[in-house]
Design a binder for this molecule. Structure first.
Ligand code: MSP
Length: 519
C-alpha cells in the first residue's frame, strides 16, 4: 500500500451566518499547509465543511422564517462555498453534516459505542450556552454569563444519553505525556492537561427539547448532541466504519488518523479531550496533532458576527487582492497567538514586502532581461552566496512550515528575497550595461537573479498561488519546467534550472499600488 495520505482538516463552520475573516484565517492556513505538503510530493487530503445541526442554526433559521435545511442550503451554496473559491482554497472535499453519508455513519458509530457499553441514560441539569453549543461548568461562567459570548446561559434539565468520557482521562493524560506534539502550541497542551487533571465529567451526547439533528438510533425522540455529530465529520467524510474492502473502507485505511486538526483556541477542549476519547472508545487511532491557533481580535475581543465585529473577507480582498490577504495574516501573526487586524499594518506590509521587495524585484528583472538580453534568459551562471543561502532558506522554511510556524517560514523566504534585492543593488547591472566589455558579467547577474526569483516563486506558491503563477509564466518557466504546483520543495535549491534561451514576457504588475483606503 502507498504511503499514508497527509490528512488535514479545518473545523466545520456553523452556518448561522456568512464567513468572516476569522473563519478565513483557519481555512487559508489549512490551504497553505496542504499546498506546501503537496509540493513536498506527498499525497494530501484537505477537508473543510459546515456544521449544520443544533439549536444555534435552528434558532437563526427560525428567526429568519425558513426551515433549517433551506437556511443551510442557501448559506452553504451562496456564501460559504463562494468565499472559499474566491480565496483560492483547494480543498479536496467539503462535508455538510446534513448529508446522508455523514448522518448514516454517525448513527452507526453511536450504536457501536452503545453496544460496547460506553453510553448510558442519565439526566443533565445545568447551564448551556447556545452560542458555544456547550454544557458549561460553573467555572466557565462570569456572573451567570458565558465568558465567550457574554450572554446568559439556558438552564437545561433533560433526560439524555451520556458518554463515559471520564473513563478516558487516564488514557488521554498518558497520550499527551507520551506525545507532546499531539496538542500544540505548548500553552494549549498545558491547558488541556490541566483540564483533564481537574476532573472531567461524563458528557451528555443527546438533546430532547428540539429535533434539528441526527436521531439517536435506538431512541428517536432524541437527537445527537451537535458537537458529537460535528466532530465525527473528520472520520465520516473519509468512510468511517465502512467495509474495509469498499471504497470508503479503503479511503479510511489510507487516510486516518488525521495528521493535523486545525482549530481556533475556543474549541480546543472539544478536539483535544472529547474527540480523542470518542476515538479511543471505538478502538480507533487518535489524531497526530490538534493545533489551536489564536483569535483575530477587534477592540481586544474575538471578532465575531454575533458581536457585529465580523469583517467579510471581500472587504479586504477588494482592496488588497486575494494573495495579499492569504499572505498577511500568516506573516503578521504568530500562529497560536491572538492578533489584531489593522488596515494600516496590512497596507504597510503590502507596500514594503509584497510590492517593493517581491513585486518590484520581479518586474525590474524582467525589464532588464528585455532590455539587455532581448527578452531571453542568458547562459546559466551560479552565484555561490545566493545558491548557498537558498539551500539554507529552503531547509529552514520547510521545517518551519511543517511545524505550522507560518510566520517563521514566510519570514525565511522573504529574507532570501531581501538578499536577492541586495545582490542586485550591489552588482548594479544597469551600470555594467554601459560597457559592452561587461556583457558576460551582466548576463551572469541577470541569470542569478532570475534563478533566485524562480525559487521564490515556487516557495511562495502555497501562500500566493495566483501571483506566483503569473510570475512563473512571465519567467517563461511554464513552457520549460512545467506547472509551478508540480515543483518539489526538495528540488527548489538545485541551482541552474531556468533554461537559457527561454523567453520572458512582461506580465501584469504583481502587486499594484494601493488605491486610497475605502471609507
Ligand atoms: N461548528 C464549530 C466547530 C465544529 S468542528 C467539529 C464551530 N464553528 S464556528 O463557525 O463558530 O467557528 C469555527 C472556527 O472558526 C473557530 O474555531 C476558529 O477556527 C475560527 N474562528 C472563528 N472566529 C475567529 C476569530 N475571531 N479569529 C480566529 N479564528 C476564528 O466552532
Amino acid at each position: 500500500m502507498s504511503a499514508k495520505t497527509f490528512y488535514l482538516t479545518t473545523p466545520i463552520y456553523y452556518v448561522n451566518d456568512a464567513p468572516h475573516i476569522g473563519h478565513a484565517y483557519t481555512t487559508v492556513a489549512g490551504d497553505v499547509l496542504t499546498r506546501w505538503h503537496r509540493q513536498r510530493g506527498e499525497n494530501v487530503w484537505f477537508l473543510t465543511g459546515t456544521d449544520e445541526h443544533g439549536e444555534k442554526v435552528l434558532n437563526t433559521a427560525t428567526a429568519n422564517g425558513v426551515s433549517p435545511q433551506n437556511w443551510c442550503d442557501n448559506l452553504v451554496e451562496n456564501k460559504w462555498k463562494p468565499v472559499w473559491k474566491a480565496l483560492n482554497i483547494a480543498n479536496d472535499d467539503f462535508i455538510r453534516t446534513t448529508e446522508p453519508r455523514h448522518m448514516e455513519r454517525v448513527q452507526r458509530f453511536m450504536q457501536q459505542l452503545k453496544d460496547a457499553g460506553h453510553v448510558y441514560a442519565g439526566k443533565f441539569e445545568g447551564p448551556y450556552c447556545v452560542g458555544c453549543e456547550e454544557f458549561k461548568l460553573p467555572g466557565d461562567l462570569v456572573e451567570g454569563n458565558c465568558k465567550v459570548h457574554g450572554k446568559p446561559c439556558a438552564m437545561l434539565s433533560e433526560d439524555n444519553w451520556f458518554f463515559k468520557l471520564s473513563a478516558f482521562v487516564p488514557a488521554l493524560l498518558e497520550h499527551y505525556k507520551k506525545n507532546p506534539e499531539a496538542c500544540q502550541p505548548e500553552s494549549a497542551r498545558n491547558e488541556v492537561v490541566a483540564f483533564l487533571e481537574s476532573g472531567v465529567r461524563d458528557l451528555s451526547i443527546s438533546r430532547s427539547s428540539f429535533d434539528w439533528g441526527i436521531p439517536v438510533p435506538w431512541d428517536t425522540d432524541q437527537v445527537i448532541y451537535v458537537w458529537f455529530d460535528a466532530l465525527l465529520n473528520y472520520a465520516t467524510a473519509i468512510g468511517l466504519g465502512d467495509d474495509p474492502d469498499s471504497q470508503g473502507g479503503k479511503k479510511f485505511a489510507q487516510t486516518w488518523p488525521a495528521d493535523v486538526h486545525l482549530v481556533g483556541k475556543d474549541i480546543l477542549r472539544f478536539h483535544a479531550v472529547i474527540w480523542p476519547a470518542m476515538l479511543m472508545a471505538a478502538g480507533l487511532p487518535v489524531p497526530g496533532k490538534v493545533f489551536a491557533h489564536g483569535w483575530l481580535l477587534v477592540g481586544g475581543e474575538k471578532m465575531s458576527k454575533s458581536k457585529l465585529t465580523g469583517i467579510a473577507p471581500e472587504t479586504i480582498t477588494d482592496h488588497f487582492g486575494v494573495d495579499a490577504f492569504r499572505y498577511y495574516f500568516l506573516r503578521a501573526i504568530p500562529f497560536g497567538s491572538d492578533g489584531s487586524f489593522s488596515w494600516e499594518d496590512m497596507g504597510a506590509r503590502y507596500t514594503s514586502e509584497l510590492a517593493n521587495d517581491f513585486g518590484n524585484l520581479a518586474s525590474r528583472l524582467i525589464a532588464m532581461i528585455e532590455k539587455y538580453c532581448e527578452g531571453v534568459i542568458p547562459a546559466v551562471a551560479r552565484d555561490e552566496n545566493l545558491a548557498t543561502m537558498l539551500e539554507s532558506t529552503v531547509s529552514s522554511a520547510d521545517s518551519m512550515m511543517c511545524a505550522l510556524d507560518f510566520q517563521g517560514g514566510i519570514a525565511a523566504i522573504m529574507d532570501f528575497c531581501k538578499r536577492v534585492n541586495g545582490y542586485v543593488t550591489e552588482q548594479e547591472p544597469w551600470a555594467m550595461a554601459k560597457d559592452p566589455a561587461n556583457k558576460a558579467a551582466l548576463e551572469a547577474v541577470l541569470y542569478n537573479t532570475a534563478e533566485a526569483i524562480r525559487a521564490l516563486a515556487v516557495l511562495l506558491h502555497p501562500v500566493m498561488p495566483q501571483t506566483t503563477q503569473f510570475l512563473w509564466e512571465s519567467l517563461g518557466a511554464q513552457a520549460t519546467l512545467g506547472d509551478i504546483s508540480t515543483q518539489h520543495i526538495s528540488a527548489v535549491s538545485a541551482w541552474g534550472q531556468l533554461p537559457s534561451g527561454s523567453r520572458v514576457t512582461k506580465g501584469a504588475v504583481l502587486f499594484p499600488r494601493l488605491e486610497e483606503k475605502p471609507e
